[in-house]
Write a new protein. Structure first.
Length: 335
């Protein structure tokens, strides 16, 4: 009796009620296909057990020599620095880095739908993106080894930090230095659903320490601003020109702290003599600016994610790991 025939792209198209061209488009550019059509095609793929021919060969070999990174379409230095850690570790392992930039929830879902089917990478790192349970299930059921950075899910390995604790560390440090009036600058408005948003947790941690010490952070001194330089500079200007200017400011990112430094110079406000300042991230530029900050070991998180992923690729029976990297207070000249 001849072996059962492997399903083809024609079978998928027929079962989904679409053209072969549409199936091909979904596999190669999933964001170009409507969600309804994509779901029909994926249902057919799952039902038939379809694997593209080239990818079937790669799967049989269990190696393509490529690792994918799905990341928000940001140019923030913190993302660049984390990617640097990923790239450095992959280079040592002789793996190629494939970046999948995301600027919408629809695009994220498209990648999650197509990547496990195409199987043109050996593993996946997902940076700073919120994962829905059904998306995690698709990765797991298709045996796509995946590590998350900045998002925790019980079924996947992850590398995270405690943003709430980071906010507490900033407040505790400023209180130890004797400051008693405070301001905050960060992007605290709810973001797109697909992105991780740690800033609110940092603010809540900061506020909790103040409340424990009988202090408050007034709504007037909490400035929400988009990460972009112009928005941050405007918010910094508002903080620094208040009649009762806060004596110390916590910026939820180093980039926004650097905006405060720039505006302070323009206003002849001295840091730290007139206003103390603490940031968050410890990007490379923080050292040049002598910025006191909370370090979250960006490069290390990228390197560690690759290390965990390589271990799972070599031995998929390894248990998933949930790593919480420690935060470090870096005391420099601004506070």
């Amino acid at each position: 009796m001849p072996p059962p025939k492997s399903p083809t792209i024609y079978d998928v198209a027929k079962q989904a009620g679409v053209s072969i061209t549409t199936v091909s488009r979904m596999l190669n550019a999933p964001d170009k296909v409507t969600p309804e059509t994509r779901e029909r095609i994926l249902a057919a793929i799952d039902s038939l057990g379809f694997v593209p021919k080239a990818e079937a060969r790669a799967r049989a070999l269990r190696q393509t020599g490529r690792i994918g990174v799905i990341t928000p379409f940001f140019t923030a230095l913190s993302f660049v620095q984390r990617l640097r850690g990923v790239a450095a570790m992959l280079s040592r392992q002789n793996y190629e880095l494939v970046i999948y930039p995301v600027d919408s929830e629809e695009q994220l879902k498209g990648y999650i739908s197509s990547i496990p089917v195409m199987r043109n990478i050996d593993g996946l790192i997902i940076m700073s993106l919120a994962m829905q349970d059904q998306d995690v299930e698709r990765l797991v059921s298709n045996q796509m080894e995946t590590v998350l950075i900045e998002f925790d899910h019980e079924k996947l390995s992850c590398v995270v930090i405690d943003d709430y604790q980071g906010g507490r560390m900033a407040a505790e440090y400023l209180l130890r230095k004797g400051y008693c009036s405070f301001g905050f600058l960060g992007d605290i408005e709810p973001p797109e659903r697909y992105a991780i948003h740690p800033v609110r947790s940092r603010l809540e941690g900061f506020q909790s320490v103040l409340q424990e010490n009988g202090l408050t952070l007034s709504s007037e001194t909490i400035k929400s601003a988009f990460y972009a330089h112009e928005a941050s500079r405007q918010a910094a200007y508002e903080l620094l020109t208040m009649p009762n200017r806060p004596r110390a400011i916590f910026a939820a990112s180093d980039i926004q702290a650097l905006s405060i430094i720039k505006v302070a110079r323009q206003l002849n406000v001295r840091i730290p003599e007139d206003v103390a300042l603490i940031g968050f991230d410890d990007i490379d530029m923080a050292e040049y600016a002598d910025l006191t900050t909370i370090r979250q070991h960006l490069d290390e998180s990228g390197r560690l994610a690759v290390e965990i992923l390589m271990g799972r690729i070599a031995d998929p029976s390894r248990p998933v790991q949930h790593i919480k990297l420690p935060l470090t207070l870096v005391e420099r000249e601004t506070a």
